[in-house]
Design a protein around this ligand. Structure first.
Ligand code: C2O
Ligand code: CU
Ligand code: CU
Length: 510
């Protein structure tokens, strides 16, 4: 504990945003002796009977010791913190029995899945305390890394923060891509989250002004719930399934020795071929599978690498807060390779053929304007050309989070989409910070960013896309298979505090 407090204090010096209590990140990782073995969530492959794969999930309260000598109250699924990794197979039907034992309403959403809206687990599929929800659906999309999490109206942030989330691995037995697939050995789930703890070990949530604006940023990194984690590597090739399961933080990932790694999958499945990278940006809810190679006896650390301030410098709270964002380097996960490494295959050169949805297939275009208008200048959302940045220096009051000027209302359908059509969605951002925009019911493709093709590792299937300040991102998506006049799907910013405060909307497919 002393080490931790001291680390925080010493890093605090010289932080321009200190006036706003933006806590610097913990680097207990400086102290190699406190490293803990990375915890690997239990793999749950379900129980197969009568053509259906059955999963039993129980949302429960628990406690867990994240920090030495301290116990923290948590939420978990079939456990104390987070949930099991669910393994689905493509073209199988899954049936899930979700029991809510946390004493308050909740939901469980299957993030990234193409399914009927009634099975989606969004805000409308609320499970009251002590009730059971039994969704089922056919798993029809591509193999990849997905996840599940609470999506309860107004409190998704609080519930995910305490632990209501888990990974889903979707496998396709018919796909012959040879990649490491020994779960927890050379195919490793990496759920990255940042949290903030009180002196008594309790999880602090939304206790500072800036949390209201930026979303909940923590000062302690957890990977699969482990603080200061280390993985022992026993094979030459490692596949990491990276999931940003944080509430608000975007990571700029890279290795301590700047080694090259290869991205093989994005949100909705494989890329066409492995993409060599040294840095990878991962916003909340985005996934990336990467391959990393190790030599015997090597050590390396997966880091968040500091970026320069990305917001203009002018007097006022907003500038200071925004300028501090993403400007610290810190450790995420340490790797220690054994003295002799098993040969577990080579990196493939080809992965998948991706059919690029042609722009000409789209029969409709919609615009979505992400806004964080301030109380005084509600003009942010009143019309084009009056972005929040024009109001710089003005009193930024913590904002009204909206899309197209509207705050999410459960009884209001924002968009009605014609069944069996393809649409282009133009995403714009009049606010000063990036918002990761997520659409339910499957995967889309990114057409362009400010008119230019996206980077090659964004050419695959996506369900969450970063929309930077003042950026115009165009995505293309098909609306097939499920039509329902009554039950909507959601689209929203995946910074959970923004979502909870209204940066969300609903669409019907009719
Ligand atoms: Cu991962 Cu609507 O959520
Ligand atoms: Cu989702
Ligand atoms: Cu947002």
């Amino acid at each position: 504990m002393l080490t931790r407090r001291r680390a925080i204090k010493s890093l605090g010096i010289g932080l321009s945003a200190a006036g706003f209590g933006l806590s610097p990140l913990l680097r207990a990782q400086d102290n190699a002796s406190t490293r803990q073995q990375l915890s690997i969530p239990v793999l749950d492959s379900g129980t197969f009977s009568a053509g259906v794969n059955n999963f039993d999930l129980s949302l429960q309260r628990g406690s867990h010791s994240f920090l030495p000598g301290l116990s923290t109250e948590t939420l978990g699924i079939n456990g104390n913190y987070l949930g099991p990794t669910l393994r689905f197979k493509r073209n199988q039907k899954v049936a899930l029995q979700v029991s809510n034992k946390i004493g308050e309403p909740s939901t469980l959403h299957w993030h990234g899945f193409h399914l009927p809206p009634t099975e989606d687990g969004g805000p409308h599929q609320e499970i009251a305390a002590n009730q059971v929800w039994n969704p089922s659906f056919d798993v029809v999309q591509f193999a990849g890394t997905y996840w599940y999490h609470s999506h309860v109206m107004h409190s998704a942030g609080a519930q995910v923060y305490k632990g209501l989330a888990g990974m889903i691995i979707l496998e396709d037995d018919e796909q012959d891509v040879a990649l490491p697939s020994n779960y927890g050995v050379d195919d490793i789930p990496v759920i990255v989250q940042d949290r903030r703890f009180g002196d008594d070990g309790s999880l602090l949530y939304m206790n500072r002004y800036e949390d209201q604006v930026m979303g909940m940023l923590g000062d302690t990194i957890l990977v699969n719930g482990t603080v200061n984690p280390v993985v022992t590597v026993g094979t030459k090739l490692l596949r990491l399934r990276l999931l940003n399961g944080s509430n608000a933080r975007t990571y700029n990932l890279g290795f301590s020795d700047n080694r090259e790694f290869y991205q093989v999958a994005s949100d909705g499945g494989f890329l066409e071929s492995p993409i060599p990278l040294t840095r990878l940006s991962l916003a909340v809810a985005e996934r990336a599978e990467i391959l990393v190679q190790f030599d015997p006896g090597e050590e390396a650390t997966l880091l968040n690498v500091a970026l320069p301030p990305a917001f203009p410098d002018f007097p006022g709270a907003m500038s200071e807060m925004m300028r501090a964002l993403n400007t610290q380097t810190f450790d995420i996960l340490h790797f220690r390779a054994e003295a002799s490494l098993q040969n577990n295959g080579e990196r493939p050169s080809q992965l998948a053929d991706i059919y690029r949805l042609p722009e000409t297939a789209a029969t409709n275009t919609r615009t979505f304007r992400l806004g964080m208008g301030n109380g005084m200048r509600s003009g942010d959302d009143a019309g084009p050309g009056r972005g929040a940045r024009n109001g710089r220096g003005g009193g930024f009051g913590g904002g009204q989070f909206s899309i197209n000027g509207r705050i999410m209302a459960e009884n209001y359908i924002n968009e009605t989409i014609q069944y069996n059509t393809t649409e282009i969605w133009e995403l714009t951002n009049t606010s000063p910070m990036m918002h990761p925009f997520h659409v339910h019911n499957g995967q889309f493709q990114i057409l362009d960013r400010d008119g230019s093709p996206p980077p090659i590792n964004e050419m695959g299937w996506k369900d969450t896309v970063q929309v930077g300040a003042d950026e115009l991102v165009r995505i293309i998506m098909r609306f097939t298979d499920f039509r329902d006049e009554e039950n909507p799907y959601m689209y929203h910013c995946h910074i959970l505090e923004h979502e909870d405060r209204g940066m969300m909307g609903q669409f019907l497919i009719v």
